[in-house]
Ligand binder design. Sequence first.
Ligand code: NAD
Length: 368
Amino acid sequence: MKNYKIAILAGDGIGPEITAEAVKILKLVEERNDVSFELTEALFGACAYFATGDAFPKETIEICDAADAILKGPIGLSHEESKNIPIDKQPERGALLPMRRRYNTYANFRPVSLPKELAHFSPLKAEIIGEGIDIVIVRELVGGLYFGKKEMGVDENGQRYVKETLEYTEAQIRQIMLKAFELSSSRKKVLHNIHKSNVLKSSVLWNEIMEEVAKGYPDVKVINLLVDAAATYLCLKPTEFDVMVMENMFGDILSDQAGGILGSLGLMPSACIGDDKAYYEPSHGSAPDIAGKNIANPYSMIGSVAMMLENSFDMQEEAKNVWAAMQGVFADGFSTADLSKPGAGVNMIGTVEFGDKVVEKLSKMPRV
Ligand code: NAD
């Protein structure tokens, strides 16, 4: 039997609610397979800051270092509440970026998937969704503006100023390109390279490296698209995309837009992969506006478990079962509150009920 250690970082806001549902699925997967999971919970984010004075405390670092994979809930506070934490200790700067840097999780995979049967959740017209949306956004996760040098101060004229630098090395671009081309080779062999080379020199280097890497993948057709145009096409022609690769900030923004075309960020799981370590998290934030109400959609968190099974534990077939169980619940006519308005002809269910229904469906599926 294989034994895996998993660090569970429930996070802030809706994090604990959706993590509880994801843990139910991990326990069921353990029951159904020849595998054992040792789950260790740890504080991460604003909750960790208030308990220990540090958003990524030493004890959490040790638990994550020892883990085979990390399941991370969303972190962060509302805009107003964030002001109660010093800027450099706030959840993203104090915990999330340090974790990405520590484990060099440079490749962020964000599936954007809506089968035709669930087209009613999308704000787009059915004819735009056609046979369904099935995109993977590959986002560079440890470089660019988010990781460059930062400076704030007052200049000689008494004006407050800020400087942030967008830096990439050739090696950083090459490693994410290789991941994107590999993925594209295993799918439809169409790769949209998202850039802004008409303005940013970082995109000029990005495109140069992309062309070098592309030579090793002659079967993959590359389509170059400016990031601003990509934002439009995601709404107008989402089915033309298969794999999209982009730098860190473009990926942050476009993947939230992608959540919008599906109908909710609650449908957006993700995998953050480095060469030695991976962690899994929803693409969205801690949704303080709906925390504690049992209305958050746990699909993003359970989907992150499915991605963990695929990427960290080589359990592809069971991962397919988890995806199918989740989509099956929606296909049966149920909806979480984020995806449908009252009176839409669906049966509204809460966070816990969605998790229970996924458990029910998965437990009836043949074991792999
Ligand atoms: P958000 O992603 O938390 O929420 C945006 C909207 O989507 C809200 O209306 C929210 O209710 C909804 N939403 C998000 N996830 C949902 C789910 N699973 N089910 C139903 N609805 C869902 O963005 P925000 O409000 O701008 O940010 C809140 C906090 O999250 C901030 O502190 C921000 O810094 C942080 N954040 C953290 C991460 C992370 O942990 N990786 C990512 C993004 C934002």
